[in-house]
Design a protein around this ligand. Sequence first.
Ligand SMILES: Cc1cc2nc3c(=O)[nH]c(=O)nc-3n(C[C@H](O)[C@H](O)[C@H](O)COP(=O)(O)OP(=O)(O)OC[C@H]3O[C@@H](n4cnc5c(N)ncnc54)[C@H](O)[C@@H]3O)c2cc1C
Length: 425
Amino acid sequence: MTKPRALIIGGSVGGLFAAHLLDSIGWDVDVFERVDDDLASRGAGIGTHPVLREIMRRLGLSIDNSIVVVTSSYICRDRTGRLILELPTPRMMSAWSPLYRALRDNLRRARYHRGKDCLEVRPAGSSVTAVFADGSLATGDLLVAADGIRSTVRSQFLPDVKPTYAGYVAWRALVSERDVAPATRAVLEREYLFCVPEGELALCYAVPARDGGTCLGHRDYNLVWYRPADEAALAKLCTDPQGRQYDGSIAPPLIRAEVIADLRQFARAELPPPMFDVVDRTEQPFFQAIHDLASPRVVFGRVAVLGDAAFVARPHVGAGVTKAALDALCLVEAISGAGGDLDVALARYDRERCRFGDWIVGRGRDLGASIGVRARTEGQVGQVELDRRAAVAMGGYAANAEELARLTADGRPPSRAETGCDTGP
Ligand SMILES: Cc1cc2nc3c(=O)[nH]c(=O)nc-3n(C[C@H](O)[C@H](O)[C@H](O)COP(=O)(O)OP(=O)(O)OC[C@H]3O[C@@H](n4cnc5c(N)ncnc54)[C@H](O)[C@@H]3O)c2cc1C
């Protein structure tokens, strides 16, 4: 009997989880990735959760201590370094490269095709054909769209669903533990550090180094600093030294020198010394505009949309990779549980992932709600109020981490009864 065939568009983490899991239930799988190069050099720290480690284990790919950095508490300080609050919150930070590598290098039977840009999908009853920019076609029983936030496939079926800009950007800085000042290292060696300037939020923590090092002294420090930027300010940030303006993002080397100089100046004024040091010593800080994306449907005939192509929660949630893994797991469990009826399986996938996606996008909005909220008059907000806001913001992160630690592999959002909070469904 011939195996059913799945076409997966997008060969990043979402596509790779889908490939492993569909292969494990006997499907013939082809992954088509637009980018011709290796994707291992993308990104920096990736927060892991027990359910992600559980899914990796099921695939025979463990997230062991050699690829994680463990921290035990969230610690909030003001710009002088004064301690505001400490909350015990165990975290295991891994990095993009080892996770992606483990998924990519251990594909068993699934075939991975690079440089394949999917332009269009043609559904035809119980099959579906993908059309690629090089003129080639591929036909399968199921097409999984794992092609990210700007998904070509989703746009074909839901042309009006577009990422919504949240009104702020995340500045990123990454520096080797070896290259910071001793006083910086003394703090960041142990602390998962928060700082909450009015209307902003900054986090800084150790992650595995770009060369894979996880031992003390050989890791990297990763800083994420959320700063408001309205549409006009974003357009300015996205303008290169020649005055050319890019749409919503700009390649890091094209960011103007004065933008980086301003960033360093603001970091000196607003962030505690260890965070400023990380910004100051990072050769090429860069930013990403923050978006929300929620799809009203994720199934279109024999097409299932997954990962960031379907829903994007703001990175405060720190679970984009986990969500992509849970989507893929839900898909294969729905297929396995439907006794061969793919339409029934896909209807279940659609229902469950829309529910989960709406929940997690809402969670991201809640965690980012204070960013950009500032008093209109300078000096209006007193220290006590600033400390209270900082404690609330970090408390939200701690509650989120605790809740995600309780997520189970069925990928359902935790119920209100389990979480005791109002953000559950
Ligand atoms: C600032 C920031 C911090 C983050 N921190 C975390 C974190 O701590 N933890 C975490 O879990 N997640 C985090 N994330 C999110 C995480 O990176 C994403 O959720 C995750 O990469 C989604 O995987 P994906 O496979 O769905 O999409 P993507 O990783 O975006 O991959 C989509 C792939 O599809 C390919 N593609 C696109 N179009 C086509 C086409 N037409 N044909 C063929 N291929 C195509 C692309 O080249 C790409 O490889 C963060 C994101 C940001 C912005």
